[in-house]
Design a protein around this ligand. Structure first.
Ligand SMILES: [Zn+2]
Length: 325
Protein backbone atom coordinates (compact mmCIF):
# COMPACT_ATOMS: atom_id res chain seq x y z
CA UNK A 1 0.00 0.00 0.00
CA UNK A 2 1.37 3.38 -0.95
CA UNK A 3 1.72 5.98 1.72
CA UNK A 4 -0.02 9.27 0.84
CA UNK A 5 3.41 10.89 0.41
CA UNK A 6 4.52 8.34 -2.19
CA UNK A 7 1.30 8.68 -4.12
CA UNK A 8 1.71 12.44 -4.20
CA UNK A 9 5.30 12.14 -5.43
CA UNK A 10 4.33 9.80 -8.24
CA UNK A 11 1.44 11.94 -9.43
CA UNK A 12 2.92 15.40 -9.07
CA UNK A 13 3.92 17.14 -12.29
CA UNK A 14 7.20 19.06 -12.45
CA UNK A 15 6.82 22.35 -10.62
CA UNK A 16 6.07 25.27 -12.92
CA UNK A 17 8.26 27.76 -11.10
CA UNK A 18 11.95 26.99 -10.76
CA UNK A 19 13.20 26.74 -7.18
CA UNK A 20 15.60 29.66 -7.66
CA UNK A 21 12.76 31.99 -8.58
CA UNK A 22 11.76 34.31 -5.84
CA UNK A 23 8.15 35.02 -6.71
CA UNK A 24 8.95 38.71 -6.43
CA UNK A 25 7.04 40.93 -8.84
CA UNK A 26 8.34 42.10 -12.19
CA UNK A 27 6.33 45.00 -13.58
CA UNK A 28 6.05 46.45 -17.04
CA UNK A 29 4.37 49.76 -17.78
CA UNK A 30 3.25 50.82 -21.24
CA UNK A 31 2.75 54.56 -21.02
CA UNK A 32 -0.17 56.22 -22.77
CA UNK A 33 2.31 57.70 -25.23
CA UNK A 34 -0.04 58.28 -28.17
CA UNK A 35 1.19 57.15 -31.59
CA UNK A 36 4.56 56.19 -30.07
CA UNK A 37 6.11 53.70 -27.65
CA UNK A 38 7.59 54.14 -24.18
CA UNK A 39 7.61 51.25 -21.72
CA UNK A 40 9.35 50.68 -18.42
CA UNK A 41 10.32 47.28 -17.04
CA UNK A 42 11.15 47.06 -13.34
CA UNK A 43 13.01 43.83 -12.67
CA UNK A 44 12.55 41.89 -9.41
CA UNK A 45 15.95 43.18 -8.24
CA UNK A 46 14.78 46.77 -8.76
CA UNK A 47 16.71 47.53 -11.95
CA UNK A 48 14.85 49.58 -14.56
CA UNK A 49 14.82 49.20 -18.32
CA UNK A 50 13.18 51.84 -20.50
CA UNK A 51 12.21 50.44 -23.89
CA UNK A 52 11.83 53.46 -26.17
CA UNK A 53 11.18 57.00 -25.06
CA UNK A 54 8.04 58.15 -26.88
CA UNK A 55 7.60 60.96 -29.37
CA UNK A 56 9.45 64.25 -29.80
CA UNK A 57 7.15 66.87 -28.24
CA UNK A 58 8.13 69.30 -31.02
CA UNK A 59 7.58 66.99 -33.97
CA UNK A 60 6.58 69.06 -37.00
CA UNK A 61 2.89 68.94 -37.87
CA UNK A 62 1.90 67.14 -34.68
CA UNK A 63 1.16 70.13 -32.46
CA UNK A 64 -0.48 69.80 -29.06
CA UNK A 65 -0.96 66.03 -29.40
CA UNK A 66 2.78 65.32 -29.36
CA UNK A 67 3.29 67.70 -26.47
CA UNK A 68 0.68 65.96 -24.35
CA UNK A 69 1.93 62.48 -25.30
CA UNK A 70 5.43 63.46 -24.17
CA UNK A 71 4.14 65.07 -21.00
CA UNK A 72 2.31 61.87 -20.04
CA UNK A 73 5.49 59.83 -20.52
CA UNK A 74 7.67 62.25 -18.56
CA UNK A 75 5.19 62.56 -15.68
CA UNK A 76 4.55 58.83 -15.59
CA UNK A 77 8.26 58.05 -15.47
CA UNK A 78 8.92 60.66 -12.83
CA UNK A 79 6.26 59.05 -10.66
CA UNK A 80 7.36 55.46 -11.30
CA UNK A 81 11.12 56.02 -11.00
CA UNK A 82 10.65 58.05 -7.84
CA UNK A 83 14.24 59.27 -8.01
CA UNK A 84 15.81 55.97 -9.16
CA UNK A 85 18.18 55.64 -12.11
CA UNK A 86 17.25 54.11 -15.43
CA UNK A 87 19.72 51.23 -15.67
CA UNK A 88 19.22 50.62 -19.38
CA UNK A 89 17.60 52.65 -22.16
CA UNK A 90 16.85 50.40 -25.12
CA UNK A 91 15.93 52.25 -28.31
CA UNK A 92 14.41 49.77 -30.75
CA UNK A 93 15.00 51.86 -33.88
CA UNK A 94 15.72 55.36 -35.09
CA UNK A 95 12.31 56.98 -35.45
CA UNK A 96 11.23 60.03 -33.47
CA UNK A 97 8.21 58.29 -31.92
CA UNK A 98 10.72 55.94 -30.24
CA UNK A 99 13.70 58.15 -29.34
CA UNK A 100 12.30 61.68 -29.66
CA UNK A 101 11.21 61.91 -26.03
CA UNK A 102 14.59 61.00 -24.56
CA UNK A 103 16.03 64.53 -24.15
CA UNK A 104 12.99 65.52 -22.05
CA UNK A 105 13.13 62.31 -20.01
CA UNK A 106 16.88 62.48 -19.44
CA UNK A 107 16.72 65.87 -17.74
CA UNK A 108 17.01 65.08 -14.06
CA UNK A 109 17.37 61.30 -14.45
CA UNK A 110 20.58 59.30 -14.31
CA UNK A 111 20.91 56.77 -17.13
CA UNK A 112 23.49 54.02 -16.71
CA UNK A 113 23.47 52.31 -20.11
CA UNK A 114 22.06 53.32 -23.48
CA UNK A 115 21.64 50.96 -26.42
CA UNK A 116 20.45 51.59 -29.96
CA UNK A 117 20.86 49.77 -33.28
CA UNK A 118 23.70 51.96 -34.54
CA UNK A 119 21.73 53.09 -37.61
CA UNK A 120 21.26 56.60 -39.07
CA UNK A 121 23.92 58.23 -36.91
CA UNK A 122 23.94 61.32 -39.13
CA UNK A 123 20.30 62.14 -38.35
CA UNK A 124 19.76 65.06 -35.93
CA UNK A 125 17.13 63.21 -33.87
CA UNK A 126 19.47 60.26 -33.31
CA UNK A 127 22.27 62.62 -32.32
CA UNK A 128 19.98 64.45 -29.87
CA UNK A 129 18.94 61.20 -28.20
CA UNK A 130 22.53 59.95 -27.90
CA UNK A 131 23.73 63.29 -26.60
CA UNK A 132 20.97 63.37 -23.97
CA UNK A 133 21.83 59.85 -22.82
CA UNK A 134 25.50 60.74 -22.54
CA UNK A 135 24.72 63.91 -20.58
CA UNK A 136 22.64 61.78 -18.19
CA UNK A 137 25.72 59.64 -17.52
CA UNK A 138 25.10 56.72 -19.86
CA UNK A 139 27.65 54.54 -21.60
CA UNK A 140 26.57 54.13 -25.23
CA UNK A 141 26.59 50.83 -27.05
CA UNK A 142 25.03 49.23 -30.10
CA UNK A 143 23.11 46.00 -30.53
CA UNK A 144 22.95 44.62 -34.06
CA UNK A 145 23.62 41.45 -36.06
CA UNK A 146 26.80 39.84 -34.73
CA UNK A 147 26.85 42.12 -31.67
CA UNK A 148 24.13 41.04 -29.30
CA UNK A 149 25.71 41.51 -25.87
CA UNK A 150 23.52 43.54 -23.49
CA UNK A 151 25.41 45.78 -21.05
CA UNK A 152 23.33 45.00 -17.95
CA UNK A 153 23.94 42.33 -15.32
CA UNK A 154 20.77 40.84 -13.92
CA UNK A 155 19.98 38.45 -11.09
CA UNK A 156 20.08 34.71 -11.94
CA UNK A 157 16.34 34.44 -12.45
CA UNK A 158 16.23 37.13 -15.18
CA UNK A 159 17.66 36.79 -18.69
CA UNK A 160 17.78 39.50 -21.31
CA UNK A 161 18.28 38.58 -24.96
CA UNK A 162 18.54 40.73 -28.06
CA UNK A 163 16.26 39.64 -30.89
CA UNK A 164 18.03 40.57 -34.12
CA UNK A 165 18.41 38.90 -37.50
CA UNK A 166 21.67 37.30 -38.69
CA UNK A 167 22.18 40.22 -41.06
CA UNK A 168 20.44 43.57 -41.53
CA UNK A 169 17.94 43.95 -44.31
CA UNK A 170 19.21 46.25 -47.08
CA UNK A 171 16.05 48.35 -46.61
CA UNK A 172 16.99 49.64 -43.15
CA UNK A 173 18.27 53.05 -44.16
CA UNK A 174 15.15 53.82 -46.16
CA UNK A 175 12.78 52.00 -43.82
CA UNK A 176 14.12 52.06 -40.24
CA UNK A 177 11.35 49.80 -38.87
CA UNK A 178 13.08 46.88 -40.61
CA UNK A 179 16.05 47.29 -38.25
CA UNK A 180 14.11 47.29 -35.00
CA UNK A 181 16.06 45.46 -32.31
CA UNK A 182 13.78 43.25 -30.26
CA UNK A 183 14.27 42.56 -26.56
CA UNK A 184 13.25 39.33 -24.89
CA UNK A 185 12.94 39.49 -21.10
CA UNK A 186 12.65 36.14 -19.35
CA UNK A 187 11.83 35.95 -15.65
CA UNK A 188 11.48 32.34 -14.58
CA UNK A 189 8.46 31.13 -16.57
CA UNK A 190 7.37 34.57 -17.78
CA UNK A 191 8.63 35.92 -21.09
CA UNK A 192 8.02 39.35 -22.57
CA UNK A 193 8.86 40.27 -26.15
CA UNK A 194 9.37 43.88 -27.20
CA UNK A 195 9.34 44.21 -30.96
CA UNK A 196 9.54 47.97 -31.50
CA UNK A 197 8.14 48.62 -34.97
CA UNK A 198 9.41 45.39 -36.50
CA UNK A 199 7.32 44.49 -39.54
CA UNK A 200 7.06 41.35 -41.68
CA UNK A 201 10.73 41.35 -42.76
CA UNK A 202 11.92 41.56 -39.17
CA UNK A 203 9.39 39.04 -37.91
CA UNK A 204 10.49 36.55 -40.55
CA UNK A 205 14.16 37.02 -39.63
CA UNK A 206 13.77 36.72 -35.84
CA UNK A 207 14.19 33.39 -34.11
CA UNK A 208 11.89 33.59 -31.14
CA UNK A 209 8.96 31.44 -30.18
CA UNK A 210 6.35 30.80 -27.54
CA UNK A 211 6.30 33.94 -25.42
CA UNK A 212 3.80 35.13 -22.80
CA UNK A 213 3.44 38.91 -23.20
CA UNK A 214 3.81 40.67 -26.55
CA UNK A 215 4.39 44.35 -27.27
CA UNK A 216 2.50 44.28 -30.53
CA UNK A 217 4.71 45.49 -33.38
CA UNK A 218 4.35 48.89 -35.02
CA UNK A 219 1.43 50.19 -32.95
CA UNK A 220 -0.96 47.50 -34.16
CA UNK A 221 -0.33 48.17 -37.85
CA UNK A 222 -1.35 45.50 -40.35
CA UNK A 223 2.21 45.42 -41.72
CA UNK A 224 3.22 43.61 -38.51
CA UNK A 225 1.89 40.65 -36.52
CA UNK A 226 1.56 38.27 -39.45
CA UNK A 227 -0.42 35.10 -38.89
CA UNK A 228 2.83 33.16 -39.29
CA UNK A 229 4.58 35.18 -36.58
CA UNK A 230 1.68 35.15 -34.14
CA UNK A 231 1.29 31.39 -34.63
CA UNK A 232 4.99 30.96 -33.84
CA UNK A 233 5.18 33.14 -30.74
CA UNK A 234 1.72 32.27 -29.33
CA UNK A 235 1.24 35.28 -27.07
CA UNK A 236 -1.04 34.82 -24.05
CA UNK A 237 -1.17 38.55 -23.35
CA UNK A 238 -0.53 41.57 -25.55
CA UNK A 239 -0.36 45.35 -25.44
CA UNK A 240 -0.77 47.73 -28.37
CA UNK A 241 0.70 51.21 -27.91
CA UNK A 242 -1.07 53.59 -30.27
CA UNK A 243 -2.80 56.95 -30.58
CA UNK A 244 -6.49 57.66 -30.64
CA UNK A 245 -8.55 58.17 -33.78
CA UNK A 246 -7.63 61.41 -35.55
CA UNK A 247 -5.09 62.46 -32.94
CA UNK A 248 -1.73 64.04 -33.92
CA UNK A 249 0.33 61.86 -36.24
CA UNK A 250 -2.25 59.09 -35.96
CA UNK A 251 -4.34 61.11 -38.44
CA UNK A 252 -2.16 59.63 -41.16
CA UNK A 253 -1.27 56.26 -39.57
CA UNK A 254 -4.71 55.14 -38.42
CA UNK A 255 -3.42 52.70 -35.79
CA UNK A 256 -4.48 50.22 -34.62
CA UNK A 257 -5.75 48.28 -37.61
CA UNK A 258 -8.87 46.23 -37.22
CA UNK A 259 -7.49 43.04 -38.79
CA UNK A 260 -4.49 43.13 -36.42
CA UNK A 261 -6.62 43.72 -33.34
CA UNK A 262 -8.81 40.78 -34.35
CA UNK A 263 -5.81 38.54 -34.96
CA UNK A 264 -4.16 39.35 -31.63
CA UNK A 265 -7.44 39.14 -29.72
CA UNK A 266 -8.00 35.70 -31.17
CA UNK A 267 -4.50 34.56 -30.18
CA UNK A 268 -4.68 35.88 -26.62
CA UNK A 269 -8.29 34.91 -25.97
CA UNK A 270 -9.35 35.62 -22.42
CA UNK A 271 -12.76 36.29 -21.04
CA UNK A 272 -14.84 39.40 -21.15
CA UNK A 273 -15.28 41.51 -24.20
CA UNK A 274 -14.49 45.18 -24.52
CA UNK A 275 -14.88 47.18 -27.67
CA UNK A 276 -12.05 49.18 -29.16
CA UNK A 277 -12.25 51.52 -32.11
CA UNK A 278 -9.91 50.23 -34.81
CA UNK A 279 -9.32 51.26 -38.40
CA UNK A 280 -10.52 49.07 -41.22
CA UNK A 281 -7.80 49.52 -43.84
CA UNK A 282 -9.79 48.47 -46.89
CA UNK A 283 -10.01 52.02 -48.22
CA UNK A 284 -6.75 53.43 -46.89
CA UNK A 285 -5.98 56.03 -44.24
CA UNK A 286 -6.56 59.61 -45.26
CA UNK A 287 -5.92 62.74 -43.29
CA UNK A 288 -9.48 64.04 -43.48
CA UNK A 289 -12.95 62.67 -43.11
CA UNK A 290 -12.28 58.98 -42.97
CA UNK A 291 -15.01 57.09 -41.25
CA UNK A 292 -13.50 53.66 -41.57
CA UNK A 293 -13.26 53.19 -37.83
CA UNK A 294 -15.25 50.31 -36.41
CA UNK A 295 -15.79 48.91 -32.98
CA UNK A 296 -13.93 45.64 -32.58
CA UNK A 297 -14.32 43.35 -29.62
CA UNK A 298 -11.35 42.08 -27.62
CA UNK A 299 -10.88 39.82 -24.61
CA UNK A 300 -9.31 40.87 -21.33
CA UNK A 301 -5.77 39.77 -22.19
CA UNK A 302 -5.23 42.45 -24.82
CA UNK A 303 -4.71 46.03 -23.73
CA UNK A 304 -4.63 49.03 -26.05
CA UNK A 305 -3.27 52.32 -24.73
CA UNK A 306 -5.70 54.34 -26.89
CA UNK A 307 -8.55 52.69 -25.00
CA UNK A 308 -6.99 51.72 -21.67
CA UNK A 309 -4.56 54.57 -21.02
CA UNK A 310 -1.28 53.69 -19.32
CA UNK A 311 -1.14 49.93 -18.68
CA UNK A 312 0.96 48.40 -15.90
CA UNK A 313 1.21 44.61 -15.72
CA UNK A 314 2.77 42.44 -13.05
CA UNK A 315 4.07 38.88 -13.12
CA UNK A 316 5.65 36.81 -10.36
CA UNK A 317 7.46 34.63 -12.88
CA UNK A 318 4.77 31.97 -13.27
CA UNK A 319 3.78 32.93 -16.83
CA UNK A 320 0.72 34.90 -15.77
CA UNK A 321 0.29 38.68 -15.98
CA UNK A 322 -2.30 40.84 -14.31
CA UNK A 323 -3.05 44.52 -14.62
CA UNK A 324 -2.38 46.73 -11.61
CA UNK A 325 -5.35 48.78 -10.56
ZN1 LIG B 1 6.67 53.76 -34.10
Amino acid sequence: VETPEEAATAEEPAPRVKASCSGEPLTVTFYDAGQALASLVTLPDGQRILIDAGEDPARAGCGAACRSWHERVVNGLEHDLDGDDIDLVWITHQHSDHHGGLPGIARGVKIVHYVDNGQSLDKPGVQRARKAAKAAGATLSEVKPGKTAIPLSTSDDVQLAAVVPDTWSTSCEEHPNDCSIGLLVTYCNSTILFTGDGELKAENAWSVEDIDLLQVGHHGSDTSSSIKFITKIKPDYAVISCGRRGEGTNRTYCHPRKSTVERIAQATGGTGSVAVVAFDAERGCRQQENDNWDETVTGDRLWITARDGTVTLTTTGNGDFSRNE
